[in-house]
Design a protein around this ligand. Structure first.
Ligand code: NAG
Length: 244
């Protein structure tokens, strides 16, 4: 780092800029697909054999993350559109929802209330008790269905997590653009200050001795006296001339 840049950084080290925001998905060797503010891992994609997972197995596959939760129509569409990329056939995907006895209704894991809903018409299987109610998403229609958490197996598992948001904080003035900008600013400010001070000095001096400039202030005076003597001689001469 050159001395001027070092000076700039030393003077204004506290000035930092938020350059940007990046969303990152977990780097754990699995394929996380980013969408919106989330990351999605479609478990066991591109396999011919259809598998089946109990709800408990699905949850344990996503260990450390959540099962898929859908907050909007856009997110629901994303899952429907992305499913054919990972599964050859239509699948039913477990949703990360459970029956909450406190609110007497369904709730997402992570304590989020169910806002967007996409249940298909009709009602739950008649023998399904609320406490044993889980929800599966049909990858072909995007509709949701109430199913049993214990008796049912589904063939699609999607894990979800929030994107990791990082602010890239950069000490702006220590970057090449920053230091050259600082240098230009310093030069401009110096020129303006010097010009301003000169103008003030000149103005103050003008007020003190009006009609004179800085140069005449240092002029030698005797010549004026000589001129005065000459003039008086002239006056005397005029007086003598006009005398009868
Ligand atoms: C699904 O089950 C929940 C919990 O019992 C219930 O509140 C909801 O109305 C059911 N949905 C449908 C479409 O049957």
């Amino acid at each position: 780092m050159d001395p001027l840049r070092l000076l700039g950084c030393g003077l204004l080290l506290c000035v930092q800029l938020h350059i940007g925001v990046t969303g990152d998905c977990p780097a754990d060797g699995r394929t996380w697909v980013p969408f919106g503010n989330g990351c999605y891992y479609f478990v066991h994609g591109s396999e011919d054999k259809i598998k089946s997972y109990t709800f408990e197995r699905a949850k344990s596959l996503c260990q450390g993350f959540e099962l898929l939760s859908i907050q909007s129509a856009e997110e629901n569409d994303f899952v429907v559109k992305y499913s054919p990329e990972v599964w050859k056939n239509n699948v039913n995907i477990w949703l990360g929802m459970y029956f909450d006895t406190n609110s007497d209704g369904m709730r997402w894991f992570g304590e989020r209330p169910v806002g967007f809903r996409n249940w298909e018409g009709g009602s739950s299987p008649p023998d399904l008790v609320p406490l044993d109610t889980c929800v599966a998403l049909h990858s072909n229609t995007g509709k949701w269905e109430n199913v049993s958490c214990v008796d049912q197996t589904e063939n699609g598992v999607v894990c979800e997590t929030d994107q990791i948001v990082t602010f890239l904080r950069e000490p702006f003035l220590c970057s090449p653009q920053g230091s050259s900008l600082l240098l230009s600013a310093l030069v401009i400010v110096s020129v303006v200050v010097i010009m301003g001070v000169s103008a003030v000095i000149w103005f103050v001096h003008q007020k003190k001795s009006p009609g004179s400039t800085m140069l005449t202030a240092f002029e030698y005076h005797p010549p004026f006296r000589v001129l005065d003597e000459d003039r008086s001689c002239l006056v005397e001469a005029e007086e003598t001339d006009s005398a009868p």
